[in-house]
Structure formats: structure tokens, C-alpha cells
Design a binder for this molecule. Structure first.
Ligand SMILES: Nc1ncnc2c1ncn2[C@@H]1O[C@H](COP(=O)(O)OP(=O)(O)OP(=O)(O)O)[C@@H](O)[C@H]1O
Length: 342
């Protein structure tokens, strides 16, 4: 099948607060607003941004754990909202999730072997021999000894529990794994092991990942493309190398400037990201980043900038730095200056 594996079109999720029977909401949280992207088979798209920018809500929308307020999610071109029950079950086999906290996402009363085979047993009956063989095979795939299948989650380390979560996700041979901060609860050395495991599995099985993280070091290590979110919207979507070599959106630039730099050869901008992320209940008018943006112009306070393609293939939502704004001369000056986020 040609075309993207996953397509997300104009996705939005608004949470009404205080709504109930005969009660009107007193406020609405605009968690996700007009988000569009696609993911090809075997590709890793990372979604990054500060806490509260809507990354996990996007993950929940992709898994249909929550319904969208607007927009569509398509798998191989088919809108998952229109699927009948049996089609939805087939689709669920293809998309699995790995969670941030490997402890709370695993049933503490089941053994590792039962946890791994649970998803497949929702679809087919297994004999105990088949169950053990499958559990042993998947444990080996994630670098664990088959004997571990008899252990409870409480008898495993954090890294082993996350490997178990990955083994469970693999049991249905998915085409796509949504991983929501899968390494942020782990020690740095264990993080590297889990990331390398995911990269190996991707090579071996051709799995695509939507990988959610606030850690730019992790993102740079594993992403093919990166979507940068700010207050519910994508502000820049670019190939990983291009994004880190030359961020275009002032928010991306400030985010990279604020991150620790593992590469001493890379020049670090002097100016970290300052100020608080505004509330998604009452977001700023126009571009939501304008109150923190050093290059904002009047138009930024009024109009929401659309995500537009740049000549190098990336997409950027910025009145100043996106093309066709009529203020390109300003852009050239600004592009050569360092950023000060006030
Ligand atoms: N069920 C809900 N009801 C009301 N508001 C919600 C709900 N779930 C999320 N939100 C709000 O939506 C916004 C986005 O939340 P989300 O968890 O998607 O952000 P995030 O980028 O994943 O943050 P973090 O990195 O801290 O996990 C936040 O302001 C959050 O408080």
C-alpha cells in the first residue's frame, strides 16, 4: 500500500470543565487544536514540547482512548471513526501503545508471561504450550531471559518492566507503536538501552513509531522527523537533522537553546526559554507564542499563523519566518541574529 501509514487531519480536542447534567461548562481546555501530520511505515515521528502542550492528548486521540472534538485519524487512508466493530478490532491489532510508567501500566497480579500474551488472547485462544512459547520468544526479542515469564512486575527492575511493556506491545505484530514518554521514568543508562532496543526492533520488524517526549536528547537520537508543539498546536514539523541544525520557529530555537548540549562542537545559543506556558483555557490571541517571542510583530497578536511548507521541506507556523508574509527582509536579519526570549 502506498501513501502514509497514519494520517492525522485537523485534529482538535477540547475538554469542557465543570460540565454535567444541565450544567454548562464554565471553561474549555483547548488541549489540541488543528493538528495535522502523517507517518510512513517504518518511520519515527517524535512529538516534542513543554509540559501541557498536548502531546499525550494527541497519543490518546490516535489510540481512540478519547474522541476528537474535530478532525480525523486515518490508517492506510481509512478513517478509524467510520470503522465497524470487527474492523476496529483489526485496526487495534495494528496500533499498540507503550506508556511512560512501566509499573502502573502493567497488571501487578499477572506474571510477565500472562501480561505479554494478554493482548493476543483477546483475539485467539492459546494453549499453555503456545502461550509459553510466545512469551519466551517475545521476552528474548526484548533482551530478557525466558524464565522471567514467571515473575510478577514487582519482581522486575524499571528497565525490565519497560521491556515487558514493549514485549506486550509487540505481541500483536503492530505496524505502529505510540510510545508516550517511554523512557522518562528510567535511569539514563537504561534509557539508552531501551531506545536502542526500539531502534533495533524498528530495523528488524519495520515498525513505525509516534514517540512522545519532552527530552530533545532522546528525540535527536531516534527521530526521523520531529513535530514541535506549543499550546496544542504544531509550530514546526521538520526532518530531525534539519530541525536541530537550523531551527526555524523561534519557539523551536529557544527550546533547543534551553536543552543541555551533549555535543561540545555545537554552538549553544545564550538565551534559554523563559516565562510560563500560557493557559490552554484562555490562550493568547493570534500566535499563542507571541507573549514569549522576541521577534513578534503586530500580526502575531491578531492572526493564528498557519503551518506552511518551507522550500527545504519543513513546515513552520510563524508569520515572521514562514514565507509569503511580505516581511522577508526582517526574516533575513532575524535569522542571523541570536534569540532573546523575554
Ligand atoms: N481529561 C482532561 N480534562 C481537562 N483537561 C485536560 C484533560 N486531559 C488533559 N487536559 C489538559 O490538556 C492540556 C494538555 O495535556 P497533555 O497531557 O496532553 O499535555 P502533555 O504535553 O502531554 O503534558 P506532559 O508532558 O506534562 O505530560 C493540559 O493543559 C491538561 O491539563
Amino acid at each position: 500500500m502506498s501513501g502514509p501509514l497514519l494520517t492525522v487531519e485537523n485534529l482538535a480536542k477540547h475538554y469542557p470543565l465543570g460540565a454535567g447534567f444541565l450544567k454548562k461548562p464554565f471553561a474549555v481546555v483547548r488541549a489540541v487544536e488543528d493538528v495535522s501530520f502523517s507517518v510512513d511505515a517504518g518511520e519515527t515521528l517524535c512529538i516534542v514540547g513543554e509540559s501541557g502542550c498536548g502531546k499525550s492528548t494527541v497519543a490518546r486521540l490516535l489510540m481512540r482512548l478519547v474522541d476528537p472534538t474535530a478532525g480525523r485519524v486515518l490508517i492506510d487512508g481509512t478513517d478509524i471513526a467510520g470503522l465497524r466493530n470487527h474492523e476496529l478490532r483489526a485496526w487495534r491489532r495494528r496500533m499498540q501503545m507503550v506508556f511512560q510508567d512501566p509499573y502502573s501500566s502493567l497488571n501487578p497480579r499477572l506474571t510477565a508471561g500472562q501480561i505479554i500474551t494478554e493482548p493476543i488472547e483477546n483475539f485467539e485462544r492459546l494453549s499453555s504450550k503456545q502461550r509459553n512459547a510466545l512469551a519466551a520468544d517475545l521476552l528474548q526479542k526484548v533482551g530478557m531471559a525466558p524464565e522471567m515469564m514467571h515473575r510478577l512486575p514487582s519482581e522486575l527492575s524499571g528497565g525490565q518492566r519497560q521491556r515487558l511493556g514493549i514485549a506486550r506491545a509487540l505481541s500483536l505484530k503492530p505496524s505502529l507503536i505510540i510510545a508516550d514518554e517511554p523512557v522518562s521514568a528510567l535511569d539514563v543508562s537504561v534509557q539508552a538501552q531501551i531506545l536502542n532496543l526500539l531502534l533495533d526492533l524498528q530495523q528488524e520488524m519495520g515498525i513505525a513509531f509516534v514517540f512522545i517526549s519532552h527530552d530533545l536528547g532522546v528525540v535527536e537520537h531516534i527521530a526521523h522527523r520531529v513535530a514541535v508543539m506549543y499550546l496544542g498546536r504544531i509550530v514546526e514539523l521538520a526532518p530531525c537533522d534539519a530541525l536541530f541544525a537550523k531551527p526555524v520557529h523561534p519557539y523551536t530555537e529557544a527550546l533547543i537553546a534551553a536543552a543541555p548540549v551533549p555535543d561540545p562542537m555545537r554552538i549553544r545559543l545564550e538565551v534559554p526559554l523563559q516565562g510560563e506556558v500560557p493557559s490552554p483555557i484562555n490562550p493568547p490571541s493570534g500566535c499563542a507564542f507571541h507573549p514569549r517571542c522576541p521577534i513578534a510583530v503586530d500580526r502575531c497578536r491578531i492572526e493564528v499563523p498557519p503551518l506552511v511548507p518551507m522550500p527545504d521541506g519543513r513546515f513552520v507556523a510563524c508569520h515572521v519566518r514562514a514565507p509569503g508574509t511580505g516581511i522577508q527582509s526582517q526574516v533575513d536579519t532575524i535569522a542571523n541574529s541570536s534569540i532573546t526570549v523575554a
